[in-house]
Design a protein around this ligand. Structure first.
Ligand SMILES: [Zn+2]
Length: 357
C-alpha cells in the first residue's frame, strides 16, 4: 500500500465486500453481519495504527481467528437445547445455566477453544443497578508472589503454581510435537494435546481467582487493592511467575465479583506500600528479603505483606472519605442499563463448567 494512499475506512471496505461477494461465492456463504464485524475489527486495527502508532494490521492465516460474532438477533436464538444461528442452522448445545427472566440475547459469539466449540451469549436487561457505595467492613489486599493475597485481617492465601508446576509435563508434550513429522496428522494431534493442556491450566487459574474473590467478599463491605503496573512486572526478572499468578485477571474478576455482591471495590496507589508503618505512618524502608514488618517508632510487628495490605486499606479509606463527600455534594449517580456476559455454553464438552460464576 502506498504511503499517500487514501485511508481505508469501514464504509469503503463494506462496499468492496459487497463487490467481492459476487466474484467469490464462498464469502457469500457466511452471514453478512459476521463479515461486517470482521471489518470493524480491521478498522480498529487501522485506527490504532494511525492514532497510537501501532504496527500495520497483520494478515491473518486460516485458523488465526479464534472467534466470530453474530451482532444482532430479531428473536431469541435459544430454543431449549438448541441455538439457531443464521446460515449455520440449529446447533445442539449444552447450556450451563438457563437464561434468567427479563434478559434478552443481544449477541452470540462462537469461540473455538482447544477443548471444543463454545457459544458466548451477551444478555441485556433494562435495569438500573447502582454502584455499591462505600460501606461496612474495609479490607485491604496486597498481591504478591510469596503469598498470592495477604489481607489486612492477617489472612495469607497461598499461590498455586499453575504454570510453573506443569512445565515438566509441558516439556514432554512439546517433545512429542517435535518428534512428529512436520505438518503430519500426528503432529497436529500432538499440538492439540499441548493446546488442551494450556487451556486446562488457564481454567484452573480462573477458578482459583473466582473462588478467592468470593472469599474476600464474604466478610467485607469494601475491598481495596493496589494499582499495579502489570506490563512492567511481566517484563521483569520474575515475569514468568508474575504472569502465572495472573494478577490482572484476578483484579478484574475481583471487580466483577464485588460489584455482583454489592461490595465496594477500589484501587489505590501502589507506591511504597511496604515502606511505611500502617499503625503510625513512619517510614520503614526494607528490601524484598525482609519478610517481617517491625516498626521502630511504635513497636508494631506483623507479616510484611499483611502490613502492606493494612496500608492499602488505610489509603483506600482515606480516598473513600473524599468520594463520600463528593457524592453527597453531587447527588448519587446511577449506572446505565446492565450489560454483562453471563452465559457460556458449549456444544461439545459437558464437563466444562466453571466460567463466570
Ligand atoms: Zn509504627
Amino acid at each position: 500500500m502506498a504511503a499517500d494512499a487514501p485511508k481505508v475506512t469501514y464504509a469503503k471496505q463494506c462496499k468492496s465486500l459487497t463487490a467481492a461477494k459476487k466474484v467469490l461465492p464462498h464469502i457469500a456463504s457466511v452471514h453478512s453481519q459476521v463479515l461486517q464485524q470482521v471489518l470493524q475489527q480491521l478498522e480498529k486495527a487501522f485506527i490504532s495504527m494511525w492514532e497510537q502508532d501501532h504496527g500495520f494490521p497483520r494478515f491473518k492465516k486460516p485458523g488465526r481467528m479464534r472467534s466470530f460474532v453474530f451482532p444482532q438477533f430479531k428473536e431469541c436464538p435459544v430454543d431449549r437445547a438448541f441455538i439457531n444461528l443464521p446460515k449455520l442452522g440449529r446447533v445442539k448445545c449444552v447450556f450451563h445455566r438457563p437464561i434468567p427472566d427479563g434478559f434478552i440475547v443481544k449477541q452470540v459469539r462462537v469461540v473455538r477453544k482447544a477443548s471444543g466449540w463454545y457459544v458466548m451469549l451477551t444478555l441485556e436487561c433494562e435495569a438500573c443497578v447502582p454502584d455499591a457505595l462505600p460501606h461496612g467492613h474495609p479490607i485491604g489486599i496486597d498481591v504478591g508472589l510469596d503469598t498470592f493475597v495477604a489481607t489486612s485481617e492477617g489472612e495469607l492465601i497461598d499461590r498455586p503454581r499453575f504454570f510453573v508446576e506443569s512445565q515438566h509435563k509441558l516439556k514432554l508434550l512439546n517433545r512429542d510435537v517435535s518428534r512428529k513429522q512436520l505438518g503430519s496428522k500426528n503432529q497436529q494431534k500432538a499440538r492439540h494435546k499441548v493446546a488442551r493442556f494450556y487451556e486446562g491450566i488457564g481454567n484452573k487459574r480462573k477458578e482459583f481467582h473466582i473462588s478467592v474473590a468470593h472469599h474476600l467478599c464474604d466478610n467485607a463491605g469494601m475491598v481495596f487493592a493496589e494499582e499495579l503496573n502489570l506490563k512492567g512486572l511481566a517484563q521483569g526478572m520474575l515475569g514468568k511467575h508474575c504472569l502465572d499468578a495472573g494478577w490482572g485477571q484476578f483484579l478484574s474478576i475481583l471487580g466483577w465479583v464485588s460489584w455482583k455482591r454489592g461490595v465496594y471495590f477500589a484501587k489505590v496507589d501502589a507506591r511504597g506500600t511496604s515502606q511505611y508503618c500502617p499503625e503510625c505512618d513512619t517510614h520503614t524502608p526494607k528490601d524484598l528479603s525482609v519478610r517481617v514488618h517491625s516498626c521502630p517508632e511504635c513497636g508494631y510487628q506483623t507479616n510484611r505483606d499483611v502490613a502492606s495490605g493494612q496500608l492499602v486499606r488505610n489509603r483506600g479509606l482515606a480516598a473513600v472519605g473524599q468520594i463520600v463527600k463528593k457524592s453527597v455534594e453531587q447527588g448519587e449517580e446511577t449506572k446505565p442499563a446492565l450489560k454483562q456476559k453471563i452465559l457460556e455454553v458449549t456444544p461439545r464438552s459437558p464437563r466444562y463448567t466453571a466460567l463466570g460464576g
